[in-house]
Design a protein around this ligand. Structure first.
Ligand code: OGA
Ligand code: MN
Length: 289
């Protein structure tokens, strides 16, 4: 089998064929995939019926796995469906039943439907995410991705100067507050304390700059709250215009890998209190931005 790619969007995203990710990779394939993710920001692999162990093994080719803990989610250890190597992106509880409409976990998970970059609320924001579709709904539940390099490059120089050195506060409490979720326990408030991230970052492999935006960003250091929120809204609107967006329509056993340093993503609507959507994410830990 020969490794081949097909561009799926003019700015980013490539489908990779000719590789079986359920098996160990040769050094050569591993470095080729590293080069492809650096160039394209998102890689799509089809027909990869991976087990959890195989997904973890494949992910480790790209760095260290970020352990999902009480800093990432409101899930209590005893309620987890998956090992802590995984972020559970499904709509299922540990008994494999869909979350009920009023479930606090469901409401928290709905936060994924706002544009974000994974783990920007952690001091070391995520480098890559690898999302495997184990079971998908009949309709809906696409994932949208937005490139963050081009919108930055297309900003006016006035805007580039304005934002050059800004630092934003990111927290899971800020993203959830956008949807009206404003009750957090004392422990959650402690776990979800805001962290600082630069608004503009430079990709270490390509040296291209990008906007580092996310629903989790809720404040700008030294700025009044209202003005900070306005600027973040304005930039997000610019950065998620149609020309920068790719919509992934899932097929069962797709695995999509993305670089959180130069993209944002969001989930879209489906009948989540009726149909199962079993998506499992491994995350590669990053360095401070
Ligand atoms: C994620 C995520 C969106 C989706 O896996 O980090 O936000 O469509 N997923 O499930
Ligand atoms: Mn996400």
């Amino acid at each position: 089998m020969k490794l081949k790619i097909r561009k799926m969007h003019p700015l980013f995203v490539a489908e990779v064929t000719g590789v079986n990710i359920t098996e160990p990779l040769t050094k050569e394939i591993q470095s080729k995939l590293q080069e492809l993710i650096d160039q394209n920001g998102i890689l799509v692999f089809r027909d990869q019926n991976v087990t959890d162990e195989q997904q973890v093994a494949f992910s480790r080719n790209f760095g260290e796995i970020e352990i999902a803990n009480n800093k990432n989610n409101i899930t209590k250890q005893e309620d987890r469906r998956l090992s802590n190597m995984f972020s559970d992106i499904s709509n299922l509880n540990k008994h494999d039943e869909v979350h009920q409409q009023e479930s606090r976990q469901r409401i928290f998970n709905l936060g994924n439907r706002i544009w974000h970059s994974d783990s920007s609320f952690r001091p070391n924001p995520a480098r890559y995410s690898l999302l495997s579709a184990r079971e998908i709904p009949a309709k809906g539940g696409d994932t949208q991705y937005a490139d963050m390099h081009s919108p930055y490059e297309n900003l006016t120089s006035t805007m580039k100067n304005l934002i050059a050195d800004l630092q934003c506060e990111h927290s899971l409490m800020y993203s959830r507050a956008r949807l009206g979720m404003d009750y957090f326990t004392e422990q959650e408030k402690e776990d979800f304390k805001p962290v600082l991230q630069p608004l503009v970052r430079t990709h270490p492999a390509t040296r291209r700059k990008s906007l580092f935006l996310a629903s989790h960003a809720g404040r700008i250091v030294d700025w009044p709250v209202t003005e900070a929120k306005l600027l973040l809204e304005e930039l997000t609107e610019i950065a998620t215009q149609r020309e920068y967006v790719y919509t992934h329509q899932w097929k069962r056993y797709d695995l999509v890998m993305w670089d959180n340093r130069r993209t944002m993503h969001r989930a879209t609507r489906f009948e989540d209190t009726k149909e199962k959507r079993d998506m499992r994410r491994t995350t590669i830990a990053g360095d401070p931005a």
